[in-house]
Every structure is written in structure tokens, then in C-alpha cells.
Design a protein around this ligand. Sequence first.
Ligand SMILES: [Zn+2]
Length: 117
Amino acid sequence: MIDIKKITRQVTIQRNAILSKIKRLRRDDPFSSVDRSLIVEPGTDAGMLFGHEQAVVFEQRLKSDLKEIEFALRKIKKGTYGKCEKCGQPIEFKRLEVKPSAIYCLDDERKVERGGK
Ligand SMILES: [Zn+2]
């Protein structure tokens, strides 16, 4: 049996952790207060620029995690939690234990990761 309260708690904790990571990232990013589409002036500190690029890549990854987590929370509300979004089959319980925010069964997640829709 899936303990939906426990899952909700776990997923919410994950969500908050990601949100605070994004916040910290923006604070630490030397360019965060500047327009992100800025054209880099010659002589811009290379280390700072590298830090900025890393922060952007990392933030994108965090945001895609966040999207998945919010999707999982919506599924909990709708009562479809634990069912694969693609094939509608129940997601393996062991998988949900490891990754409570999973919205696809293992097969479909592999397909999604390969880029097939
Ligand atoms: Zn599936």
C-alpha cells in the first residue's frame, strides 16, 4: 500500500529543498542581478562567467526536477498518484520508494529520457 501522506510529505520536502537551492544559486550567481541575455563585455572575468554558466545549467536541472515534483503533487491531489502518465499502469512500488516524485513507470521514463514522446 502506498502511504500517500508520507509521500506527500517527502515530495513537499524535496520541493522546498529545490526551491531553496534555486534561491541560493541566484544569490551566489555574480550575474543574477543582471539581465540574463546580457552580451558579455570583453574583459569580463572568466571565472565569474564560468560560475554564471554553471549556475544557469544547474538551475535548469533543478527546474526540471521541480516540474516533475509539482506534477507528482498534482497527481496526488487528483488521486492518480502512482499511475504512469504514459501507459496508466501502476508504477512499481519499489521505484516510488526510491523516487517518490516518479510520474512514469520505469519503461516509459527510459523512453522519455531518450527523447521519444
Ligand atoms: Zn508507463
